[in-house]
Design a protein around this ligand. Sequence first.
Ligand SMILES: *Cc1c(COP(=O)(O)O)cnc(C)c1O
Length: 389
Amino acid sequence: MYRIGQEEIDAVARAINSRDFFKINGGNKEVYHFEEEWKNYVGSDYMILMTSGYAAIVSALIGIGVGPGDEVIVPAYTYIATALAVLETGAIPVIADADETLTIDPEDVKRKITKHTKAIIPVHIQGFPSNMDALKEITNGTGIKIIEDACQSAGGTYKGRFLGSIGDAGTFSFNYFKVITSGEGGAVVTNDRTVYERSLIYHDAGAVAFFGDQLNGISEPLFGGREYRVSDITGAILREQLKKLPGIRADLKKNQFFFIDKLSSRFTKAPSNDMEGDLGTTVALRFGSEKETRDFAQKCAEKGIGFTIPFDTGKHVYTNWTQIMEKRGAFHPAMDPYKFSENQGLQMNYTHDMCKKTLDLLSRTAYLLVNPDWTEETCTNIANTILSI
Ligand SMILES: *Cc1c(COP(=O)(O)O)cnc(C)c1O
């Protein structure tokens, strides 16, 4: 969360005062308007707002037809929700290394592709754009789909296109920790009509056929799914947040580039697939060893400057994905994809050292988390303190 205030409070009041903040029937249709505005912003044909980023990833996977018997490649460095979402579809998450950019390594993706691979989920973690060109080249003509996890990168771009709008589908989160927020929330975008229709049906299985005219023009047959619907209160908050996003983005970039420029004489920045497009929330410094990284972060902490070592970020690192590493994929054995007959023989031999390269890179990186509201004076003081170490 960066900028939230009176505008959002007024928007919530607007939604509540309408006395009808169910998203479909009437009222101010805040969700409808936000979906239109978000589509225009990122440049996608279809958009569905829902309860969470996790819900969005699951709905997008169901949208492209993932299910039991399929493998979906996810990066070793992402929030656990990315991998858990694969399990909800009955498919198996296959874990691939990160490269120097800390996004999924296209070379390792190539090694992990089998005849069972149905999709790849590149994650633009910390706003770092994944190598979309390389992934598209790998999947071209194979039928393997790409679902972008842009949960941490709303507003970032790759070669001029918004993150999330480049793959077969893209997913966003608007939970409290993200760039723009409604406390909780998520979204799927796609240009593929079938993916849209299947995601729509799955995300609102109980009500899509009951309320309003939501099935007008829908040709996919109804099937069972989940209830991931949101209210117009969520939509109202996000309409205000979207208005602020370009300003947040511009100030993040200004401050990020200020630090990169100042620190480049002494420190090495981690490489990027598109430094202009990178969202700007993070300055990632790369060191020669874990010890060097920890010594640096310790010295900064003593001077009041917090650096985060991504190795220490808990459920963002595959070795800490307990349910997955121990293969408990559901609440009941009969619902557990790891036990499905369709999935026997798929790649699910998880070990702690299976993505050693990722662990090494995460332990040799330190993040300065940028605030868009830091003034030039604050940035100068922080940079000078770091340079004095
Ligand atoms: C936040 C996040 C999610 C999940 O989003 P929720 O809204 O919390 O469900 C998924 N993937 C990544 C990379 C995230 O950062």
